[in-house]
Ligand binder design. Sequence first.
Ligand code: NAD
Length: 298
Amino acid sequence: MRIAFVGLGNMGEPMAANLVSAGHEVHGYDVAVAAMERAVARGVKAAPSPAGACSEAQAVVTMLPAGQDVEDVYMGSDGIFAALSRETLLIDASTIDVATARRLAAQAEESAHAMLDAPVSGGVIGAENATLTFMVGGSSQAFESAQPLFEAMGQKSVLAGGPGAGQAAKACNNMLLGISMIGLSEAFTLGERLGIKPETLFAITSAASGCSWAMLHHLPIPGIVETSAANREFRPGFAAAMMLKDLSLAQEAATGTGTATPLGALAQALYEEFVAGGGGELDYAAVIRLIQERAPPA
Ligand code: NAD
């Protein structure tokens, strides 16, 4: 299949490379020259613009930072919608707001293209190893057509519902993850101050009702869980700034639907404080430092 890939960053580069490995012809574009060079070294053909990548494409995948970038790349004068010459499957794998995802899907439908919002879980390692999970919004027909692409880039894909449902599922999941990480940070800080060694508390809670995915994979304490960023001075992984973005998207969705998410709001405020204090480039598990340094309530 001839595929256009726009956004060849930390996630996009290995995802595009996995499409090449699966035998597809991938034409890629990124505003950053260094990103383009890395992708070309992995078999992606360089295109001069999103439009240049898309003109003959049967499918388009985008992996961009935020909603505004995605909107610009699809709607701009040198953008994707203006360039498509035939019916094309459009997959936006970026994590963005539900409203933008729905607006773009409506625009795609008007031009007779099928569009899926398909944000991912699994991080850079999942992108590299093709073990990502895709959370998908759109029609079941488009979801079926996208299977070969999801299979080349990931391990699992789930159709969550109509347009925007993939982004909605991602916002709910990451709100829960952010809350879990803060809860873990509090429990392990308290445990240590009560005299329980972290490895003992882990042995107990990982086999008890307090256990969570974040605990088993991203425990914010070094030397216990192999995959934790705490073992490498909190180099990401999944950056705290990204977690803040996702928590903000969840709050936007909560406001838009009149949903009370008090813990989600508090998690957003705590990550905001952590990022404002210079922690944005660290892994999201480093938020334990904020908890450890905080003065106790008066
Ligand atoms: P990144 O910043 O490494 O990559 C984004 C790329 O898009 C960059 O190379 C940038 O130059 C390019 N870009 C920006 N504007 C552009 C434009 N107008 N045209 C072409 N290229 C443009 O970010 P990433 O870590 O690859 O994340 C991409 C998306 O995936 C984000 O929405 C993020 O939230 C989501 N995500 C990331 C992770 C992770 O662990 N990194 C995990 C899950 C989801």
